[in-house]
Design a protein around this ligand. Structure first.
Ligand SMILES: [Zn+2]
Length: 1046
């Protein structure tokens, strides 16, 4: 047996070497490598592909190796092994690969010879990377920061290993459940020529098929970025599967093509005719003589031969019919080759300005449940993005470069975050064991990056040659648990601010004592307040073992891109006790209770205990505003027919449109806490749902912290819990939600911009993803009510004047879309997951609101990072040995600019060195017209920006950081509403080609695509003394810089 395997292996190696002759050394990738088409015929682009979920029913590891076949017969390693072997046999064959999380792992396991052969295939366009992100990310519940990072991660792998021929030209979002306009905008800025996807609302699709507008020019940022955010977009005909009867994978049940003429059940002609009928039927819905067919599906091509053998026959036999007058021509193709033919077709295309949310595939099947599914995983992903940015920044600022493994450690978190953006990860639509795996990966990555932060502090903290104290972390501060603050009478906390400007922040630390002294970095005492941990918090099962009875609250001022150290010591001082005490009042009787600070007043009804009014004291705005928790009962259908659709991980479907209220015992269980720094109203809506409403001193927002769960299921009904704000604002059915945390999109209840909606689900059909905020406006009264979230959630405005946000859901039925499990998270104690989070509410004028929510959104997703150290000396001694305040910036960035990225750049295989490039992204965080001042263009200079180093050379890159911006060429498209640019007349043979592996240098062509020239500002080349850049509203600009140490 062993010998036989050895012989087979040798034979394979020999044949591979022989086959390597078919791979020529000259690269010819890109549009010039496409198989020829036949003009005057219907060209059917057959695209062999596999859709490899980066975790879903199985973990990403199980999918790679092919474990747990009881869940799914899927092993990605076999797919790549098998496909490469088939591609090497025949120059005409094509394959696309998409998910770099899998490909990179496979690549790391290959021998040099295989790598050489694969590079050859890539250089000839026979194996083409499409999309090229670490995963195919979800579009509804992802934050743009994480989207950019996960694409840059995949791109960098491709750039390092395949050079320009590895640069993906087409985005491929074939499975995500609805499509975000911001995603389109980001793709355009990454330099993609087009996007194809598989899922769109069934009503939308029917109309587009009728009007041959399945393909269009999508305006990713119509009012801000304009043309550079335009993206050609095509909706695929049959999702991402092959035509019925033509799935030739071993996983499929369709017959192969049986072409033995002697056989009684020869099906050759029948298959040909069936295919021709299908092709012509599909062609009716598309505008050109070209159609694309996705020949593959989930985890197809584990045995690539079965697919290719039958596709070879299909191509041969269908094309043979051309001798009989058939005008249908089949070819092996790729999405980019298909796109190129659309571009050549010289058509004008429809445009689209809104997005593709929410997605419904049937009248009662709206995929708006996953906007909220698995709320704690969603929060963990958002928080981990925060920490990844901190980690990368501190690694860069400390210039960790030699004896520490920071590059590898950061890579672990980068990859974990890349995996977590997958459309069955942060979306919450995976099996429970896979959700645990994602969380475990993130936790491991965070742990690794904590080492990096520790190493960075080792460089940044000491004055002289002292060794810095180790940093300790508390990952459960949100539920008031922290060993380091609970177990020590004195400790130090060092707090890093990842924003490019000074911020203030509120620190809450679980403690056991009744009074503490807090000393700031300069030795001055800071006002602090002690506030009791609530009984609702104490009940959270994950807090088991915590001794904390109180929380210590204080405000910190933090320098831009820097840290401050605070000293904390338990105190017995009567004075401290007096100042820090929090006063307690029950909400009872009929007297209303008001809490207020300098800017906001909140009035709670004495008879119900609920919020009834919010005031903006600065502007004299008073708004009757109620806030309540309610729930929908999830439809318990058995999915046997479309009308019996159950509510589940993907689908939101209430059993009736009415909400259910909690019994009105709120009053007796609510009370107010008042102190010098924070005032709170604590409300208990039921035994499993409580809330704290907070006003911090001198802040313009009101904070609503909800604690929900375990959601009871004893009555066999699943529940979907919402927080609802109710006002008398006249909003005419209009509300606004953000797209991936960036631009705002106008929503109109029971309306879609591009078709006449037949609304079949009054609630779920009006739900939209909220990544960071939702607001409503009454323009006549000049009032805007804005609610920010701390994670992605679903929400809507079901009645005028209302905002509702779904915070948690627990369901007992699978929704029959593949995951095969009910969304029933049971938490640490098995009784039902408790979720906690916050909403931040602003009430202001319309014109003043953007400056509040833009700033706050940034403060939330780039929050300060808190770590702790033991202290055994006097704090005065500490200050002699260590810096207690440090900023990495010479001056703060302007209020409308955000440093989106600061990191050492070069990937895990590049050895860190002083000449290694750094990556910087700067972003204008306002939209046009949002704010009278802050929406204006702004200049910043990269010179004299950083404390530890000077920028020496600057090169602007595309958003994905895989191409110099000056070399970017994108296809131009003519549109129906305006002929914007005249397309060139080049042919496919003119595209950029001359790439070599391991470098990104290309020979640019000048015939067809035009170079991107719509940058209004100038970046000085290396050696020049002017590094000023201009940022216009919503611009993100990406720079590779080299540094010199100062
Ligand atoms: Zn998928």
């Amino acid at each position: 047996m062993y010998n036989l395997q050895l012989v087979m292996l040798r034979l394979l190696l020999i044949s591979l070497i022989l086959l390597s002759n078919v791979v020529s050394s000259k690269s010819k990738c890109g549009y010039s490598s496409c198989n020829p088409v036949k003009d005057g015929m219907l060209n059917v682009h057959l695209v062999p592909h596999t859709h490899d979920d980066v975790g879903w029913l199985k973990t990403v590891d199980q999918y790679y190796y092919g474990a747990r076949t009881n869940y799914q017969r899927a092993g990605v390693q076999y797919i790549l092994d098998s496909v490469i072997e088939e591609l090497l046999k025949d120059k005409t064959k094509r394959f696309i690969y998409v998910e770099i999380a899998f490909f990179a792992r496979w690549w790391r396991q290959q021998h040099d010879m295989t790598r050489h052969l694969v590079r050859g295939l890539v250089n000839e366009g026979r194996l083409e990377f499409i999309l090229g992100g670490w995963c195919m990310n979800d579009e509804a519940t992802t934050h743009y920061n994480a989207i950019v990072d996960q694409h840059a991660l995949g791109f960098e792998f491709l750039r390092q290993n395949f050079g320009e021929c590895g640069r993906p030209r087409v985005a491929w979002q074939i499975d995500p459940f609805g499509h975000s306009r911001e995603q389109a905008s980001l793709f355009a800025q990454m330099g993609f020529d087009g996007l194809f996807f598989g899922r769109l609302d069934y009503q939308d699709k029917a109309k587009r098929m009728n009007t041959t507008t399945m393909e269009m020019l999508w305006r990713g940022s119509p009012t801000n970025l304009g043309k550079k955010s335009d993206l050609f977009t095509g909706a695929l005909f049959n999702g991402y599967g092959p035509p019925g009867g033509f799935c030739f994978d071993l996983l499929c049940n369709d017959d192969p093509i049986m072409d033995d003429e002697e056989m009684h059940d020869n099906n050759k002609l029948a298959k040909v005719l069936q295919f021709l009928i299908y092709a012509k039927y599909q062609a009716k819905s598309y505008a050109t003589d070209h159609i694309i067919m996705t020949m593959g599906s989930d985890f197809n091509y584990q045995n690539a031969h079965t697919w290719y053998k039958n596709l070879d026959k299909l191509i041969q036999y269908v094309n043979e019919q051309q001798n009989n007058g058939s005008k249908v021509n089949l070819l092996y193709s790729t999405p980019s080759c298909y796109l190129y033919q659309l571009n050549r077709a010289n058509k004008t295309w429809a445009t689209k300005d809104d997005d593709f949310f929410p997605y419904a595939h049937r009248p009662h099947s709206f995929w708006s449940g996953y906007f909220t599914s698995r709320p704690t995983l969603k929060e963990f992903v958002r928080k981990t993005n925060n920490f990844l940015q901190v980690c990368k920044q501190m690694d860069a600022l400390a210039q960790l470069d030699d004896d520490v493994n920071s590059t590898i450690e950061i890579q672990i978190l980068r990859e974990a975050m890349g995996v977590a953006q997958h459309h069955d990860a942060v979306s919450g639509t995976e099996k429970q064991h896979v959700a645990h795996d994602y969380a475990q990966r993130l936790a491991k990555g965070v742990y690794e990056c904590q080492k990096v932060v520790n190493d960075a502090y080792n460089r940044l903290l000491p004055k002289g040659n002292n060794k810095a104290p180790g940093q300790l972390y508390c990952n459960l501060l949100n539920i008031s648990k922290c060993d380091h603050t609970e177990n020590y009478k004195q400790f130090v906390t060092t707090i890093y601010n990842p924003l490019g400007r000074n911020v203030t922040s509120w620190i809450r630390l679980p403690v056991i004592g009744k009074a503490y002294t807090v000393i700031d970095p300069y030795g001055y005492t800071v006002t602090a307040q002690i506030i009791p941990v609530s009984s609702e918090t104490k009940r959270i099962p994950e807090r088991k073992g915590s001794l904390a009875k109180n929380e210590l609250v204080f405000k910190v001022n933090l320098p831009a891109l820097g840290f401050n150290t605070y000293f904390i010591q338990m105190s017995n001082s009567i004075l401290d006790n007096f100042i820090q005490r929090t006063y307690f009042r029950r909400l009872q009787g009929n007297g209303d209770i008001t809490i207020k600070n300098q800017f906001v007043a909140l009035i709670f009804d004495g008879s119900t205990g609920k919020l009834k009014q919010m005031q903006n004291l600065e502007r004299g705005v008073t708004l009757p505003l109620g806030q309540d928790y309610l729930y929908y009962v999830g439809h318990p259908g058995n999915n046997s027919q479309p009308k019996f659709q159950a509510s589940g991980a993907y689908i939101f479907r209430p059993n009736i449109t009415a909400t259910h209220q909690f019994r009105a015992t709120l009053k007796r269980k609510s009370y107010a806490l008042q102190g010098v720094l924070v005032q709170e109203v604590r409300q208990q809506f039921s035994s499993w749902l409580s809330q704290v409403v907070r006003l911090y001193d001198n802040e313009r927002y009101a904070e609503f912290e909800w604690t929900v769960g375990p959601i009871p299921i004893q009555n066999n009904y699943g529940k979907e819990i919402i927080s609802r704000f109710t006002s008398d604002l006249k909003t005419s059915g209009i509300f606004y939600t953000d797209a991936n945390g960036r631009e705002m999109i106008k929503r109109t209840r029971d309306h879609r911009d591009t078709w006449n909606l037949n609304q079949t689900e009054e609630i779920a059909g009006n739900y939209y993803p909220i990544n960071s905020r939702i607001y409503i406006q009454d323009t006549a009264r000049d009032i805007q009510l804005t609610v920010l979230t701390d994670r992605s959630q679903g929400g809507s405005s079901i009645q005028d004047g209302q905002v509702e946000i779904m915070v948690h859901r627990r369901l007992l039925h699978d929704d029959s879309l593949g995951v095969g499990e009910a969304l029933n998270e049971t938490g640490a104690d098995g009784k039902g997951l408790v979720a906690r989070g916050k909403h931040y509410v602003f009430l202001d004028t319309v014109s003043n609101s953007a400056s509040l929510h833009r700033d706050m959104a940034l403060r939330l997703y780039m929050a300060p990072s808190v770590s702790f150290s033991e202290i055994t000396t006097k704090q005065t001694d500490w200050r002699k040995k260590y810096r207690t305040s440090w900023s990495g910036l010479k001056k703060q960035l302007p209020d409308n600019v955000h440093m989106l990225t600061l990191e050492q750049w070069g990937g895990p295989t590049v050895k860190p060195s002083p000449t290694q490039p750094y990556l910087l992204r700067f972003e204008h965080i306002y939209e046009n017209g949002e704010d009278p001042l802050l929406s204006k263009p702004v200049n910043i200079s990269l010179q004299d920006m950083f404390v530890p180093f000077e920028v020496e050379t600057v090169e602007e890159l595309t958003l994905g950081a895989n191409l110099q911006l000056s070399k970017l060429q994108r296809l131009n498209w003519m549109t129906l509403d305006s002929v914007r640019t005249v397309k060139g007349t080049g042919n496919p043979a003119t595209e950029t080609g001359n790439a070599t592996t391991n470098t990104s240098n290309t020979t640019t062509n000048t015939s067809n695509p035009t170079t991107n020239t719509d940058r209004s500002s100038f970046v000085a080349p290396s050696g020049a003394n002017n590094f000023t850049i201009t940022l216009k509203p919503m611009d993100i600009r990406t720079f590779q810089v080299t540094l010199k140490k100062v």
